[in-house]
Design a protein around this ligand. Structure first.
Ligand code: CA
Length: 250
């Protein structure tokens, strides 16, 4: 007997209608929580008919496949940068250290990413777990592995410059864009966040962000201007505006 058959059998045996069980659960918990938080009307969930259409019609989605293959959820509340870096390093096939949980297999994880002495020197895992990272630290942590980066602060680039740079990258293989933005500025909760860009839809002028806090929000399509404004906000940890980092192999 499988577990479902057993469960249904048990309910029949104790003669409790299924509806009563569900209602009892709702009352016991007070309310039923969705798995992710609701999105503001300005954002489009990738996992919707509209979101899917935007991806199919996108002319700049070269990075979507390699990133989606390596899409991970950040390991803790401050690890958005680490999760984003790990996705990009794996998507670029950068030689990875062994991951102890996978025997002798090699892949970047959010744990073994810090096994490199040079990485720890930039910022140890304990510090990132506590306070996250700034845009400059994101770039330095990436460069502790054989990749090169270019940092752009949101306050230093026009919307047009950002759009041109990001779209060109999304049309090219073997390079990626990580964005650092203020969630509050796009109607999300609430602080600074980092995630990879995966595609651009020209007709709607929207970018696709593969949000690494997958317990909290789905991947979203966001207006280029809204993202640009959210990147032009000041990060109090650095005193500079947030922005984006371009990454390619060294
Ligand atoms: Ca690219």
């Amino acid at each position: 007997m499988n577990s479902r058959t057993y469960h249904i059998g048990l309910l029949k045996a104790i003669r409790i209608p299924l509806g009563a069980v569900v209602l009892g659960f709702c009352l016991a918990t007070g309310r039923v929580l969705p798995q992710t938080l609701p999105l503001s009307e300005t954002l489009i969930d990738l996992n919707s008919t509209e979101g899917e259409t935007l991806l199919i019609e996108s002319q700049a989605r070269n990075d979507y496949l390699p990133l989606s293959i390596h899409f991970v959820t950040q390991d803790n509340l401050a690890y958005c940068g680490v999760a984003s870096i790990v996705m990009v390093l794996n998507a670029l096939s950068i030689p990875a250290p062994e991951a102890s949980e996978f025997g002798t297999y090699r892949i970047f994880t959010q744990e073994n990413f810090f096994s490199n002495a040079q990485t720890k020197q930039v910022l140890p895992a304990e510090v990132v777990s506590r306070q996250g990272m700034t845009l400059e630290q994101l770039s330095q942590l990436l460069e502790s592995y054989p990749v090169q980066t270019k940092v752009f602060h949101g306050g230093d680039v026009t919307l047009e410059e950002f759009r041109n740079l990001a779209v060109k990258n999304l049309q090219e293989p073997d390079n990626f864009v990580l964005v650092n933005y203020l969630r509050k500025a796009i109607g999300q909760e609430s602080g600074g966040h980092i995630s990879p860009l995966a595609a651009y839809n020209e007709q709607t002028d929207r970018f696709l962000i593969l949000d690494v806090s997958r317990y909290k929000y789905p991947p979203i399509w966001i207006q280029a201007e809204d993202l640009w404004q959210a990147m032009a906000t000041v990060d109090s940890a650095s005193g500079k505006t947030r922005g984006f980092v371009m990454v390619s192999p060294r």
